[in-house]
Design a protein around this ligand. Structure first.
Ligand SMILES: [Zn+2]
Length: 402
């Protein structure tokens, strides 16, 4: 009998003194499929597709971030997760694979469970979306052995690939109870899309600027769904320094106090102008000491008043359900109020150092109504040679805008 490579399940039955081997493949397979569908449920935050970002146009290399994936045991039995396989797919072709083996799953479950005990997920719904991913009674498991209603979380998974991908497939191998001979596989597929805005945006700044952070491989914005494609803009002198004098005062920085403009027509959705400039590194303070001080300050803000980390901010609602936001603005500089209609190019306020900012710069982002960050291009961004940059800007490049 040829089962074309499929696993063969047999039952050995004693029948009237003879031993008969019965093929049971069909019934076992159907049973497994029925169990798989119901046993593990997959949810993502944000919901919907992940957005591909082009890393290298010529080589067709792109990357994606899967920010939050929950794998929830919906069955009445305990299920033991042994392996998670992520595959970036182009129809049925695998472009790249990543495996989380048992020890990595164990370490991740332990770490995230303890983060949960500290209330990290509750306090930061815009980053982790737990209130949207988990229902009543569902909670994180501290180990890969999932009791009913308990879940594993996979956060900040990054993939790069060559070619055009259309799905990220997740395959989870798990055992029923603690019995590794009863292995099953559940799979889940997340669409991969390219997001292209229909809106036309101008640069929020004029003159020559330095892209301190763009939506590239390893920057601090891409880790989070609400800042994934954000930019940080700063200014330098011809020698590449961002400040004159010592850089101990905001006014030492070339970016500080520069005007910020609306990127398109819209209505002011948010305008907060109440936060002081964040401290800069002091004389006699090492960079490491300063970073620790600022990181403590950020955590304190997350616990008490998360808005204090954004600082002074303007958000404008545009067509097609998109919003532009301008963050870390200088206190006292904001010239618009909620409900104002603004035109593209209207002056909103000035670059500042409020919120969680290590040096004066503009943090700029376009998001959807859900708060999810999306890629944005600017019609009037040019290279210093005058070439129009009809693409996302890259970390470390100098640009100019009129
Ligand atoms: Zn930023």
């Amino acid at each position: 009998m040829n089962f074309a490579g499929a696993p063969i399940h047999v039952a050995i039955v004693k029948l009237a003194g003879f031993t008969v081997i019965l093929p049971l493949m069909m019934s076992v397979t159907l049973q497994a499929a029925a169990l798989d569908e119901a046993a593990l449920e997959f949810r993502t935050f944000p919901e919907g597709p992940v957005y591909a970002h082009e890393l290298n146009h010529g080589l067709h290399i792109s990357d994606i971030f899967l920010h939050n994936l929950a794998i929830i045991n919906k069955s009445a039995a305990s299920l033991d997760v042994h392996r998670v396989l992520f595959s970036v797919m182009s129809s049925e072709t695998v472009l790249s694979n990543r495996i989380m083996e048992r020890d990595e799953i164990e370490a991740s479950a332990d770490r995230l469970y303890r983060n949960g005990q500290y209330g990290v997920f509750e306090r930061l719904p815009e980053l982790f979306g737990h209130d949207q991913m988990f229902g009543a009674g569902e909670e994180l498991s501290a180990t890969p052995l999932l009791e009913p209603k308990s879940a594993l979380l996979a956060i900040q998974n990054y993939f790069s690939f060559q070619g055009s991908a259309d799905a990220l497939r997740v395959s989870v191998d798990y055992a029923l109870g603690a019995d590794p001979s009863q292995m099953r596989t559940a799979t889940f597929s997340i669409p991969i899309k390219r997001y292209k805005s229909d809106n036309v945006y101008r640069m929020p700044l004029k003159g020559r600027w330095f892209v301190l952070t763009g939506p590239d491989i390893a920057d601090h914005h891409r880790n989070w769904q609400n800042t994934e494609f954000a930019y940080d803009f700063s200014r330098t002198d011809n020698g590449g320094s961002q400040f004159s004098k010592q850089g101990y005062a905001p006014a030492d920085y070339y970016a500080y106090g520069q005007p910020v403009f609306a990127v398109a027509d819209g209505i002011v959705e948010k305008a907060i102008d109440q936060f002081p400039e964040a401290p800069l590194r002091m004389k006699n303070e090492t960079v490491a000491e300063y970073q620790t001080r600022m990181s403590d300050r950020m955590n304190e803000n997350f616990a008490n008043n998360p808005d204090a980390n954004y600082g002074n901010i303007v958000v404008i609602a545009h067509e097609n359900g998109e919003f532009s936001s301008y963050t870390h603005l200088k206190r006292g500089s904001i010239r618009v109020k909620v409900g104002d209609r603004v035109k593209a190019g209207a002056r909103l306020g000035d670059v500042g150092q409020s919120g969680n900012s290590l040096k004066p710069h503009l943090h700029f982002d376009v998001t959807l109504a859900s708060g999810r960050s999306v890629p944005v291009e600017f019609t009037n961004a040019h290279s210093l040679d005058g070439e129009t940059l009809s693409r996302l800007l890259k970390t470390g490049e100098f640009i100019s805008a009129e």
